[in-house]
Each structure stands twice: as structure tokens, then as C-alpha cells.
Design a protein around this ligand. Sequence first.
Ligand code: AMP
Length: 192
Amino acid sequence: MKICIFGAASNRIDKVYIESVESFSKELAQRGHSLVFGAGKDGVMGAAARGFTEGKGKLYGVIPKFFNDFDIEVKYDKCTELIFTENMRERKAKMEELADAFLIAPGGIGTFEEFFEVLTLKQLGRHSKPIAVYNVNGYYDEMYTMLDMTIKQGFLNEECRDIFFMSDDREKLVYYLENEHDTPYTIYDLKK
Ligand code: AMP
């Protein structure tokens, strides 16, 4: 299946994030999966790309044309296919359309935005693809706590906890990504 990985563009992060994502990505490629990603060569994105290359998987990089024009992006140069889009919105839509599942790796606000978009779309019944959060080094613990508070205070339905899966255990993440394609909930359970 095609797994879309969202993750940091920054290189200024601890190497534990880079190494974990690179080796997990290699493992996913060896299981026959392909990568959909932002086509960058830096940070966690670059780690995912190198991992899929090492594991001999296919890589689909999706990139807005203006990144090329202004040379603001250092592209990973071993993509199987580069797909150019008009803008960032179209790029995100393309990544979401191509993917069979999403893996959220540690990242900054760009990654948060991507996670919350695919989560919101799933809550609203626009897709039913697995959304896994790779919680390397407890990076997403506080985000989970924030979502808990959001549920406790009535801003989010309890059932929404079950439409994504967060763990640092790769075996569990792989199982979820490969098998959890059905949600028992309807839009009325998730957003009422
Ligand atoms: P951030 O987590 O803020 O570093 O943003 C990274 C996420 O946003 C990635 O998953 C990308 O899809 C997107 N993104 C942000 N900046 C870039 C960039 N320079 N190159 C490619 N993708 C980027």
C-alpha cells in the first residue's frame, strides 16, 4: 500500500527522530509498501525517503511548482516519481488522494496541520484510511493530553480517540496501518 508520511522538514532535531524514522521506513519498504511524501531531503522527511530507498520501495514525492521556481526546497533526488502541483493546498489534496494510510512522524506545525487535516476529514466521514502517529521518544504525549482535555471539556467526541492510533511500538503501528481500514463509527457518532 502507499503510506503517506508527514514529518519535520527541520534538521535541527535530535538524531533519535531521524534514525527511528529512517529505520522504520526501511522496514515498511521491505514489507512492500511505497512512500508518499513532501519530496524534501531534510529532517524527518529526508529520513523517510532514505529509509524507503534503502528498503527498495517506491517513492512518490509531491511538490508545489513554486518550490522549484524559487529554489526554496532541497528535493530528495531519488524519487520514483515527482508530482508537481500548483500550490500547497493542491499538494496536500494530492498526497491525501494517493495515500492508502497516513503515518504521522515527529514534526513541527506543518506536520501538526497535516495530521489535524486528515483527522478532521476522517471525523467528517470524508475518508476511512488508517491514521497512525509514531510517538518516538514520547514526542506526541502532550498532544494526546491536549486531545484528552478537548474531549473532557466537550469539544471533541470520545469516539474520535479511536479513529487514529498512537504508539511507539512499530509492530503495533504496522498492524494498525495494514489492517485497520474500517471504523465502527458514523459521522453522527464522531461529530454530533
Ligand atoms: P514541519 O513539521 O513544520 O517541519 O513541516 C513539515 C511538513 O509540512 C511535511 O510533512 C511537509 O509535507 C510540509 N512541509 C513544510 N515545509 C516543507 C519543505 N520545506 N519541504 C517539503 N515539505 C514541507
